[in-house]
Ligand binder design. Sequence first.
Ligand code: IMP
Length: 196
Amino acid sequence: MIRLIFATNNAHKVEEIQQTIGTKITVISLKDAGIDIDIPEPHDTLEANATEKSRTIWGLTRVNCFSEDTGLEVEALQGEPGVKSARYADGDQAFDNNIDKLLHKLGNNPNRRARFRTVISLIWEGQEYQFEGICEGTIIPERKGSGGFGYDPVFVPAGSNLTFGEMSLEEKGRMSHRRKAADKLVSFLQEMVLHT
Ligand code: IMP
């Protein structure tokens, strides 16, 4: 059985990717791997932060592993909040404050184009591989829907009339940035496993 550590403690994310990968590879969370550390995200790109996380886990375990980092990139704000998406504004209800700051900075700007971008960094037998997933869309001026998390209530993916916050998990999952990056990871792993 091939084991693969996912550098996250989000059980939902682990379950989601395990379903896509199938049964030949077992995906385990940091907790299940017995790793209790807070990995820093000190860099100014998603790529560098993802690499930092996967290299840290590889260094500790020498077990094949991967990490992911995601950001919302708004065209009129020169790619902000980007790598700072999780901590764009300070405060107790961070998601809410982050949205407030984003809407305030965008103001009445007619250019509402934005995209979510996920970068996955995989360390497979000591070699690093990266996979990117992008979901293009627009930022609307007021929140709609209460599903999802983060910036979901103000993000309308291209080709839809609904925000991510108005969609079911399945609907969002079909078109999400994370799903697209994960699909590339899974194709790669399937190739690797086929050839071992
Ligand atoms: P993470 O890399 O998945 O932890 O994402 C970093 C931050 O980006 C989160 O704290 C959210 O603010 C935002 N984010 C990531 N993915 C999504 C998403 O699918 N919808 C809305 N916001 C997201």
